[in-house]
Design a protein around this ligand. Structure first.
Ligand SMILES: [Zn+2]
Length: 240
């Protein structure tokens, strides 16, 4: 029997999800976000880019507008109304102090106990090479959790230091430790991903809703094998 996953802690009130692109949270995470917002928790999305280099058939200026709209729609489906954009350039996000500072400033503004981000490793499951943006942003989020609490690091941000981040939960990890039951919210996760219609239509000939449902149900069923047969979204949890 594969190693079982623990339930993700739920004694928190505010989460901040920081990812590189519109759609990063919808490939799995969004169903968990719906479960949290249903339970009265506050979740904010912070996109490091507008995903403007993500659609081959649309020039970046137009793609940025389309993808921002799709991201706001898909967030609303899972109960998230606060969606912010840092406007780093899509595809060439640089890991470094500028990125850490922007993320630390957002953590100080929103004061989350839980940070969410996407796999910062070199690969997806050892099979597919990860993108430079995902690596840069994931690592910067893990680092900024500490930066935000240290008043001597980035002392000039508008908001005061916040040392209250207790966990960073990484989605899409090869080595998950925890999971969130999404039995009641998986369908909203599917609807949330389907909102990235222009992006998915450029990616595949499949109907966007069918594509989203097959993919997300497949992921959730795989995780159920390690979570007492409950449909679930896995995370690797780092404690602070
Ligand atoms: Zn991405």
């Amino acid at each position: 029997m594969p190693q079982q996953l623990d339930p993700l802690p739920d004694d928190w009130e505010r989460a901040l999800a920081v990812v590189a692109h519109p759609d990063d949270l919808e490939y799995g995470c969004a169903a968990a976000v719906a479960a949290w917002t249903d339970a009265g928790r506050e979740v904010t999305y912070l996109m490091v880019t507008r995903g403007e280099a993500g659609i081959d058939t649309l020039d970046p200026a137009r793609a940025a507008r389309v993808r921002e709209r799709e991201q706001r729609d898909s967030a609303a489906v899972v109960g998230v109304t606060a969606v912010e954009f840092l406007d780093h350039p899509d595809g060439v996000v640089e890991y470094g102090t500028a990125l850490r500072r922007d993320i630390a400033a957002a953590i100080r503004r929103h004061r989350p106990e839980l940070l969410i981000t996407l796999n910062p490793e070199d690969t997806w499951g050892g099979t597919y090479w990860n993108t430079p943006d995902h690596r840069a942003v994931g690592r910067a989020v893990l680092d900024a959790a500490g930066d935000a609490g240290n008043r001597w690091i980035f002392p000039d941000t508008e908001a005061k230091p916040w040392n209250g981040v207790r966990w960073v939960a990484v989605a899409g990890s090869d080595a998950p430790t925890h999971a969130v039951d999404v039995t009641g919210t998986l369908e909203r996760g599917v609807q949330s991903l389907t909102r990235h219609r222009a992006y998915i239509e450029a990616l595949t000939g499949e109907d966007p809703e069918t594509y989203a449902r097959n993919l997300l149900e497949g992921f959730a069923r795989e995780t159920a094998e390690r979570f007492a047969d409950r449909l679930a979204v896995p995370f690797r949890l780092y404690r602070r």
